[in-house]
Design a protein around this ligand. Structure first.
Ligand code: NAD
Ligand code: UDP
Length: 335
């Protein structure tokens, strides 16, 4: 297949580009490097099947040559990122998604939206099935991401229903792994960065909130299965192994052998209390199930971070500095 991957310079997108090239597809990666980095795809540049277009997909999307599928991953994803770029996040979820749906329509191509468990907001149902409609604060600080993705889902469903676009929706739950930026701000990368630097691990709230963490290789296998399928979804993709944030911190300390202390900070506004996906649909319709448990996934991620001590040290300083500057702004940004 010829696949256009938006956000291909980011964490998940760069792994997706790699997986597609590995199986013989050709890839056009579109990115504006707002939260991604050129080095994520530097090793792919010499591959004859790989092309890169520097573009803001919220403005316009044009790709020369044939396209069989569009994987739309472009969007800030880490809370500190989307809080820093609220309007850009809304733009890429809305205009960006419509530009990509139109690209798919012009090429009669498959379209896959990387949506998120955030469409469930702070869920009142647990675990979360796809039929649950969610509990999102439409004007809270996180709404720029949650509502953008909800609108992106509505657009994708409407293009499928009324414009004949073969669009499918994936709701991705917390995914981690190599190539996350040490300064990214999401919990796994922050805890590993802090543990390896001997800095306190910053737990927000009482650390009893839960997330279900999926290793990147598993997740990317799910995206590829969705690209190959005609299903509309939405399908949850994630690892149902649920952990509290405190349990995650302890696991990271164990794996890194760090003696960093646990330090408690205020809980960000609207931070969801619980998250665990029901993945029966993806299992039945995509034959997808995650293989990598949290201990194994964390070990592989820690190994990758540990091999980059300078970036990790800079990341730890940036996280510390960000917290001093009030980032993540979600801690203080009351609407
Ligand atoms: P990331 O920030 O590493 O990657 C996002 C990429 O999109 C970056 O390379 C960024 O530069 C690019 N981008 C942002 N706005 C753009 C624009 N207007 N035009 C072109 N490129 C743009 O984040 P990620 O974790 O790789 O997430 C990728 C996608 O998966 C996002 O859509 C995110 O919402 C979704 N997702 C991720 C997770 C997760 O846990 N990683 C969970 C749920 C959903
Ligand atoms: N979190 C934390 N310390 C950090 C970063 C995040 O305790 O340094 C918490 C955060 O408040 C949330 C959970 O970890 O409850 C997951 O946060 P993340 O940013 O990874 O993802 P999301 O909130 O989008 O699920």
């Amino acid at each position: 297949m010829h696949v256009a991957v938006t956000g291909g310079g980011g964490f998940l997108g760069s792994h997706l580009c790699e997986a597609l090239l590995r199986r013989g597809d050709s890839v056009v990666c579109l990115d504006n490097f707002s939260t991604g980095e050129p080095k994520n795809i530097a090793h792919l540049r010499d591959n004859p099947g790989f092309a890169f277009i520097h573009a803001d997909v919220s403005t316009a999307v044009d790709v020369p040559g044939p396209i069989d599928a569009v994987a739309h991953l472009a969007s800030p994803a880490s809370p500190p990122d989307y809080l820093r770029w609220p309007l850009e996040t809304l733009a890429v979820g809305s205009r960006g998604t419509e530009n990509c749906l139109r690209l798919a329509q012009r090429h009669d191509a498959r379209f896959v939206l990387a949506s998120t468990s955030e469409v469930y907001g702070d869920p009142l149902a647990h675990p979360q099935e796809e039929d649950y409609w969610g509990n999102v604060n439409p004007v809270g600080p996180r709404s720029v991401y949650d509502e953008a993705k909800r609108y992106a889902e509505a657009l994708s469903a409407a293009y499928r229903r009324t414009r004949g676009v073969n669009a499918g929706i994936l709701r991705i739950f917390n995914t981690y792994g190599p190539r996350m930026r040490p300064r990214d701000g999401r919990v796994v990368s922050s805890f590993i960065t802090q543990a390896l630097s001997g800095e306190p691990l910053t737990l927000y709230g009482d650390g009893k909130q839960t997330r279900s963490f999926c290793f990147v290789d598993d997740l990317v296998r799910g995206i590829v299965a969705m690209l190959d399928s005609p299903e509309g979804g939405p399908f949850n993709l994630g690892n149902p192994e649920e952990r509290t944030v405190t349990e995650l911190a302890e696991l990271v300390l164990d794996i890194t052998g760090s003696v960093s202390e646990l330090q408690y900070h205020p809980l960000p506004v609207d931070d969801p209390a619980r998250r665990r996906p029901v993945i029966t649909r993806a299992q039945e319709r995509l034959a997808w199930y995650p293989d990598v448990g949290i201990e194994e996934g964390l070990r592989r991620t820690v190994e990758w971070f540990a091999a980059r001590p300078r970036e990790v040290a800079a990341g730890a300083a940036a996280i510390r500095g960000g917290q001093q500057d009030g980032v993540p702004a979600v801690v203080s940004a009351v609407p």
